[in-house]
Design a protein around this ligand. Structure first.
Ligand SMILES: [Zn+2]
Length: 380
């Protein structure tokens, strides 16, 4: 069988650290990946960042050899081995990468002092920012993470809000634009695997100035499942000088929303919708928007929240498609809280209807949804 070679072909940091261009080769295909920033904080291309970018494509195409020349942090190198153990246990189609040529070495940087957090404007981001607001110096917002690069209207809208948040909390904001999903998306699913490696890659580009970067948790300790950012995984991307911390698994989404309702700025800028249409900041009708609106209602913050583009619609709640155990747990949490408060009986009833929908109806809804999606794709 032919070996499928993966290679970091070239890496160039230019424009006073405002641009990093990396060329990767994965099984004869070439990918030109860029990272751009416009602020005061420079980026710096390095092997840790590039290996985080290309590890999963290499594992998906048979494991290499992965050719990477240069020095690599010893701690990061040890972490890569465990990361691959975890990835392989989650996805049988992945193979361990044979990483050659890189020389493990101690990489310490006493000058790196700042503490960052990845920040999207969502519930998890706000929770970590508020929890560590004394320690965090920088918010890191990445264009090309969940909003497509060509969706410039929404990007500008979101970017404006994130600037307001950073200024309101007295934090420096770093905005980075990248097309790295062009390398990851053809090989691995974004949610289960891709986005964690993506964040690790960005984090290492900032390693000359950061000693620590928080990665806000999506789940609680009670609801963990394989996911690109994960408490067993994220810290393994660390080097001697840069520590990644997965943060917030102790708090339920309801508790997180409760904390952010204490901050008007959060209620005026919260962004949770993953539909990312050109026109809506939060569509107000998707499962995630509705779920968060209920969280806000339970925490008496909905009336002060100004970021949903439609009024809360009770009828839509009973129609929510709950298609995973995690979403079921999140909705049940809302219902239990309302029952305990003995408030909003109509909302309780709508939630029960959504939660108790028969299995055949769920299957039908799922098929209908995927059919509509494929028709929309064919006839945009
Ligand atoms: Zn939405």
């Amino acid at each position: 069988m032919d070996e499928k070679i993966t290679r970091i072909v070239s890496s160039e940091t230019t424009n006073n650290g405002h641009s990093v261009d990396v060329q990767f080769q994965v099984n004869n295909k070439t990918y030109k990946i860029f990272f751009r920033t416009s602020g005061d904080t420079a980026l710096s291309g390095n092997l840790e960042s590039h290996l985080a970018s290309v590890l999963l494509p290499c594992m998906k195409t048979g494991g290499g050899p992965l050719i990477a020349n240069g020095e690599i942090s010893s701690k990061f190198n040890a972490g890569l081995s465990k990361i691959q153990d975890i990835y392989c246990s989650w996805k049988y189609s992945l193979h361990r990468a044979q990483i050659g040529s890189a020389t493990p070495t101690l990489k310490t940087r006493p000058s790196a002092k700042r503490v960052g957090t990845f920040f999207s404007g969502g519930v998890d981001s706000f929770y970590t920012l508020i929890k560590h607001k004394e320690e965090i110096t920088d918010l890191i917002f990445v264009h090309g993470f969940d909003i497509e690069l060509d969706n410039t209207r929404l990007r500008e809208k979101v970017s404006g809000k994130i600037r307001e948040i950073a200024s309101g909390f007295g934090k420096n904001l770093i905005e980075i634009e990248t097309n790295i999903r062009e390398l990851l998306d053809p090989y691995v699913p974004w949610g289960i695997l891709g986005h964690g490696a993506f964040l690790a890659s960005i984090g290492h580009l900032l390693s000359p100035v950061f000693r620590c970067i928080y990665i806000p948790a999506s789940m609680t300790y009670a609801t963990l499942f394989p996911w690109g950012t994960h408490p067993v995984l994220d810290h393994l991307w660390s080097s001697e000088s840069l520590e990644f911390i997965h943060d917030g698994c102790e708090a339920s989404r309801l508790k997180k929303v409760g904390l952010l309702t204490e901050y008007d700025l959060a209620l005026k800028s919260l962004r949770v919708c993953w539909k990312n249409s050109e026109v809506d900041y939060n569509c107000g009708i998707c499962e995630k928007c509705l779920r968060t609106m209920i969280n806000l209602k339970v925490n008496h913050g909905m009336d002060r929240c100004t970021t949903f583009d439609r009024e809360f619609d009770l009828k839509q709640v009973s129609k929510i498609v709950i298609n995973s155990p995690a979403k079921h747990a999140l909705m049940l949490e809302n219902l239990r809280a309302l029952e305990e408060q003995q408030t909003d009986r109509k909302l309780q009833k709508a939630l029960r209807k959504a939660l108790n929908r028969p299995e055949w109806k769920k299957k039908f809804d799922r098929r209908l949804k995927s059919l509509i999606k494929s028709i929309k794709k064919r006839c945009p």
